[in-house]
Design a binder for this molecule. Structure first.
Ligand SMILES: O=c1ccn([C@@H]2O[C@H](COP(=O)(O)OP(=O)(O)O[C@H]3O[C@H](CO)[C@@H](O)[C@H](O)[C@H]3O)[C@@H](O)[C@H]2O)c(=O)[nH]1
Ligand SMILES: [Mn+2]
Length: 741
């Protein structure tokens, strides 16, 4: 093997209709340039009303034009990759590499153990030789509940894995699978259908038993003494004082090499390990990046898989062939040795039809494929397969080929408990002192998007990455189900991305010459997220305030200059609608997406921008606010009905409400003067058309917010404190603007 020429293990195709798209993009660009020209040659004279507004809009338009140009880098050319898994099996079935899978969890309250166990079970049941598969659960809370759940899951896996293999089950997260069998009666093509029904009932019963045991413990808030006495692993908690202060807890729950560790059919089980790294208040734990690095070290001494997969605890495997997909890239004889990681998109299983809080739809279906054109897909922290060596800092060198073959390490004959004890120091707080961990090795520290900066550094070292997006989605997770969650999450992402831009790894300086220009722009599109807050604020405030004053900031309808404005505004919106629907979204979904886009830009990005600068000047440390994966029943109910959830006060809400009311007041004030004023309606319309339009669109997009302020009675409405504050702020702004000098 290896010498003769092989058929490739994957192929790359280009997106269709790209010429049409480019014509469209060029036409928009021409429009943008004309807008700039108009602004530049019509600047009001000093002292004339509207000069400040004019300059501000000009600045915003310069930015929007520039940013729009940047986003074209991930749309200009797009590629799609297809794998040939049958060829992989033919050539490599007996020498497949070991795969170590890392699942990270950090809080049993907002990341319920049952959800985490479904993720763990789904990855244990991959269609892959179990002796080459090891699953590691990192628990940053050191929770006995999570550990107990893992013990129960290990027991259930003995029946679940054989069941999955026997009936080629998809998806292999039991919870998701049972939901699917309940709705569309199990695949009935096979003659052993009746047989399967019997087995299904049995396995469902086992699952329900496991679930009730785990849920009982969760309800109780602790593991009962009876259970604790049955498993000696719990003794490791004897010295535990809090989640911020405890020793390393390490337990090899299933040792794949143990001849007694077999499933109910007598087959080998994957190795399963529980790890809670040491935590001490005086040591920074570096959030998920710290957890991942501890996992990398510990796993290197247990299974040492050549391939690492990392998933968030809510991201279950929805496609049991995903490891094989990834290997088609990494083992490809021609190009595989240049590829460092294979990233699958983040998809969600809890989205409502019209994606109330938006999702990563367009990024996954369009932009990721555009970045893939530069072999430069971003590492996004979950659903990503890495070569162990590149994640640990290896540089790419031509001619060098990494061996991905599996080595049996059963020669190491040290007892399992000695092994566990000897490994604990690898997860201690002091281990990383004076090492390159978090800098040159493993995931990088100090950035709110540790994933993106780590992937970027790997690409700087000369490696390629690949975006793999099979029809059957590889991973499904939970999207946030309240507005505040989504805003806070995006704040973290925008902050992390801006940190990258200001860091030593910035694509602006460090990236020059290391990655292609298009690739740099592709990153810039995300790195600059936060900066968008300023032009967006300008555009959603000033035209309306000037409308109230009666000052026009846009060309008249009767002027030819209106054409580029009208064209760019409508064509861009129609373009984004078409794109969104092409990705599989609905019209209402697109409209919701626009609202979230606006809300993120005016709050998340603003707060991210301010925090990043404050952080950059050395005043604060950025935090990692974990997204909750559970919600109260009535919150979930409203989510299902696509009713926006506020349900509390937050500076972000006050800001959103202020902006929404400001537009409402301006419009009302304008209508009043237009009716009673001296100017005729026709003249007002001619001079103010675009400003009226902008204001009306903003009011329409904010309809759910007004409702939450004044009409709703449920718990998800905006509290009256937010209403009062925002009314006062918006009113004050309107009065100032109307009566200033
Ligand atoms: O101190 C921590 C904090 C978080 N996590 C885990 O990290 C994962 C992601 O956290 P989540 O709150 O779900 O954040 P998201 O915004 O959904 O995560 C996205 O963004 C993060 C970077 O901001 C990446 O780390 C994630 O992989 C990526 O999915 C979860 O499994 C957590 O349990 C830890 O293990 N330790
Ligand atoms: Mn998440």
């Amino acid at each position: 093997m290896g010498e003769e020429r092989h058929l490739p293990l994957f192929e790359t195709t280009r997106a269709k209709g790209i010429v049409l798209y480019r014509l469209f993009a060029v036409s928009i660009f021409v429009g943008i340039c004309l807008i700039w020209v108009y602004r530049a040659i019509h600047i009001p004279n000093a002292g004339e009303d509207g000069r400040f507004g004019w300059m501000s809009l000009f600045a915003a338009e310069l930015w929007f034009g520039f940013y729009w140009f940047v986003t074209q880098a991930s749309r200009w050319s797009r590629v799609y990759r297809h794998t040939f898994k049958d060829r992989l099996s033919e050539r490599y079935e007996n020498v497949l590499p070991g795969v170590d899978i890392f699942v990270c969890t950090a809080d049993p309250i907002i990341e319920p153990p049952m959800m985490v166990m479904n993720t763990v079970l789904s990855v244990m049941a991959y269609d892959y030789p179990p002796e080459k598969l090891s699953v590691y659960l990192s628990d940053d809370c050191g929770s006995q509940l999570t550990y107990y759940a893992l013990l129960e899951a290990a027991e259930f896996a003995k029946s679940w894995i054989p069941y999955c293999k026997k009936y080629s089950v998809e998806p292999r997260s039991p919870a998701a699978y049972f939901v699917s069998t309940a709705s569309d009666a199990v695949v009935d093509q096979s003659q052993n259908r009746n047989h399967q029904f019997g087995d299904l009932a049995l396995i469902k019963k086992l699952y329900d038993d496991m679930e009730s045991k785990i849920e009982n413990a969760v309800k109780l808030g602790r593991v009962s003494e009876e259970v604790r006495s049955k498993h000696k692993g719990f003794s490791q908690w004897d010295s535990y004082s809090s989640k911020h202060d405890h020793d390393t807890i390490l337990q090899i729950v299933i040792d794949g090499k143990d001849p007694n560790a077999r499933d109910v059919e007598g087959c080998v089980l994957p190795t399963l390990v529980y790890l809670s790294r040491e935590k001490r208040p005086q040591y920074h734990h570096n959030f998920k990046a710290g957890a991942m690095n501890a996992l990398i070290r510990v796993s290197s001494r247990i299974s040492n898989g050549k391939l690492l997969l990392n998933v968030d605890c809510d991201m279950y495997s929805n496609n049991s062939m995903a490891i094989r997909d990834a290997l088609c890239f990494l083992l490809d004889e021609e190009q595989g040795h240049e590829i460092a990681f294979v990233q699958f998109p983040q998809n969600f299983h809890n989205l409502t039809k019209n994606e109330l809080y938006a999702s990563l739809l367009v990024i996954s279906e369009v932009e990721a494929h555009g970045l893939d054109n530069y072999w430069g897909t971003l590492y996004i922290g979950t659903g990503c397969f890495h070569r162990r060596e590149t994640l640990c800092g290896k540089k790419f060198s031509k001619g060098y080929k990494i061996e991905m073959k599996w080595e049996d390490k059963s020669g190491e004959n040290i007892g399992i408990h000695e092994l566990e004890e000897s490994l604990k120091s690898l997860a201690s707080c002091t281990f990383e002192e004076n090492t390159q961990w978090g800098k040159e090795m493993g995931l990088k520290y100090g950035c709110a998007v540790e994933d993106v900066i780590t992937g970027l550094a790997i690409q700087y070292r000369g490696w390629k990455s690949v975006n793999c997006n099979p029809t059957r989605k590889a991973f499904l997770g939970l999207n946030a189900t309240t507005l505040l969650q989504i805003l806070v999450q995006h704040k973290r992402w925008a902050e992390g991305n801006l940190q990258i831009l200001l860091s030593k790894y910035s694509v602006l300086w460090y990236g020059h010459g290391k990655i292609s220009l298009g690739h740099q722009l592709g990153y810039l599109r995300f790195n600059l997220w936060a900066v968008n807050c300023w032009p967006t604020l300008i555009y959603s405030i000033l035209p309306s305030l000037y409308l109230l004053r009666g000052t026009s900031l846009f060309p008249q309808v009767s002027s030819a200059w209106i054409i580029p404005f009208a064209y760019v505004m409508t064509a861009k919106q129609i373009g984004s609608l078409v794109e969104y629907m092409w990705c599989g979204g609905t019209i209402l979904g697109w409209w919701n997406d626009q609202r979230i886009w606006l809300y993120q830009r005016t709050t998340s990005y603003l707060f991210a921008f301010i925090d990043t600068i404050v952080h950059y000047l050395g005043y604060t440390d950025s935090a990692f606010v974990i997204t909750a994966k559970v919600a109260d029943e009535d919150v979930s109910e409203r989510y299902e009905k696509e009713i926006m959830e506020f349900g509390g006060s937050s500076p972000m809400f006050t800001l959103l409400a202020t902006l929404a009311l400001l537009n409402l007041y301006c419009f009302a004030g304008f209508v009043k003067t237009a009716i009673t004023g001296t100017k005729g309606i026709a003249e007002v319309y001619d001079t103010m058309c675009l400003q009226i339009l902008l204001c009306v669109v903003l009011i329409f997009i904010n309809l759910p917010l007004y409702e939450a302020l004044y009409l709703r009675k449920d718990k998800g409405k905006l509290p009256s404190s937010v209403a009062f504050k925002s009314m006062a702020f918006a009113g004050f702004a309107c009065i100032c603007s109307k009566f200033m000098y």
